[in-house]
Ligand binder design. Structure first.
Ligand code: PMV
Length: 371
């Protein structure tokens, strides 16, 4: 038992912590950095975690393009730590979460111990449409923070070591945020068959894929804009005593290997089949958990059956994934976008709340914002 707990908690924290002294900001006074980072949609879902945001299973996602968070971070020297200011306010709703996050960050960026922090953050997409804003928010903050450190070290490089640290830091804010520091496709979590995969940070996996998958689109069919009825924190907790937990963690690895194979081969039909199976497995797990919530709405099921019927009758390769909510992400390739979008407008839009559909696609990843 003791050994198990030790192994569960063992990670590469030491690789990333304590790089600069507490007084590192004193001579410079203040540094501002700004990044935009995308949200991402998981195809193999991260669902269940161990302490320190270690995932119970590896996950695979792709970064979006239109849905992103832009953040400016200003860190100024201060003898005493000051309350964090978010978008100009001390009492901003995001302030408690960010305060807790920055408290844990002192172990990795000791100069934060003597600092005043101001964060200005803005999402390109509406709140509560089922697109994870915590992923893009924490990824953009992590990139800003790592750039502050780089500048204090007089280091210009924003290469793979920089992104690894940013992913590691983002993970501590929100697990799925670890994946949002890269464009296109990424894996977070240890998968024995995937070299360099680790629970500590995400890695980009696109280079080995058929380039066709860079043309993947995601139309988010917004069934409901109500705030999430199950937070991801509570959702991960539901896996702790879940009767199917062990089977799920084993099966997620098989699904991930199969999906990677379809992405490498350019096998869209298998890819879509696996995405749908994963999405419905997530909801199956939620419904068979202790409190058995149902997050799908009648419209979600209608959308699923219309998508499957359209695939059957048109012969076009469309499929879906779903996050932990009622909204359906319709997946299709650039090359059939015109026909699929006619279908969306005619058949699917009427089932969405106020006809809301967010048209997005696989994106190229974070960008530094020029100031
Ligand atoms: O990163 P979290 O703790 O918000 O969890 C994300 C969970 C899912 O969105 C359901 C799946 C995923 O891998 O993004």
């Amino acid at each position: 038992m003791g050994l198990t707990i030790f192994l569960y908690n063992m990670n590469n924290d030491s690789l990333f912590n304590k790089s600069l002294p507490v007084d590192a900001l004193k001579s410079i006074g203040s540094i501002s950095t700004a990044w935009k980072a995308p949200s991402n949609i998981a195809l193999v879902k991260y669902w269940g975690k161990r302490p320190k945001q270690i995932p119970q299973n590896p996950s695979l996602s792709f970064s979006l393009s239109a849905c992103f968070t832009s953040t400016t971070l200003t860190v100024s020297y201060s003898e005493d730590r000051q309350p964090i200011i978010v978008n100009g306010e001390k009492d901003h709703p995001f302030a408690p979460k960010l305060t807790a996050f920055f408290n844990t960050m002192v172990a990795y960026f000791p100069f934060l111990e003597r600092s005043a922090i101001a964060v200005n953050t803005e999402n390109s997409f509406p709140h509560s449409v089922g697109i994870a804003s915590s992923a893009s928010a924490f990824a953009s903050i992590a990139l800003c923070l790592c750039e502050v450190e780089q500048r204090l070290m007089g280091n210009e490089g924003l290469g793979s070591a920089f992104l690894q640290k940013a992913s590691f830091i983002a993970r501590l804010g929100s697990g799925s945020a670890s994946r949002s520091v890269y464009g296109a496709y990424q894996v977070w979590g240890y998968l024995p068959e995937l070299p360099n995969s680790t629970n500590d940070y995400a890695i980009p996996v696109t280079p080995s894929f058929n380039p066709m998958f860079l043309g993947l689109r995601d139309a988010v069919l917004v069934v409901s804009t109500e705030p999430k009825s199950l937070s991801s924190t509570n959702g991960h907790t539901l896996m702790v005593d879940h009767p199917y937990a062990d089977a799920r963690y084993a099966e997620a690895k098989l699904s991930l290997n199969a999906l990677l194979k379809s992405l490498r081969k350019g096998d869209m039909a298998t890819f879509l089949m696996l995405c749908e199976q994963e999405a419905l497995t997530l909801h199956g797990l939620i419904m068979s958990s202790r409190t058995s919530p149902i997050l799908l709405k009648p419209e979600s099921l209608l959308l699923i059956s219309k998508i499957r019927e359209y695939r059957q009758t048109s012969g076009l390769q469309v499929g879906f994934t779903i996050d932990a909510g009622p909204n359906i992400h319709l997946l299709y390739h650039d090359s059939i976008a015109a026909q699929v979008e006619d279908f969306i407008n005619a058949e699917l839009k009427p089932l969405c709340e106020n006809g809301l559909v967010i048209f997005d696609r696989c994106g190229s990843g974070p960008e530094r914002i020029k100031q």
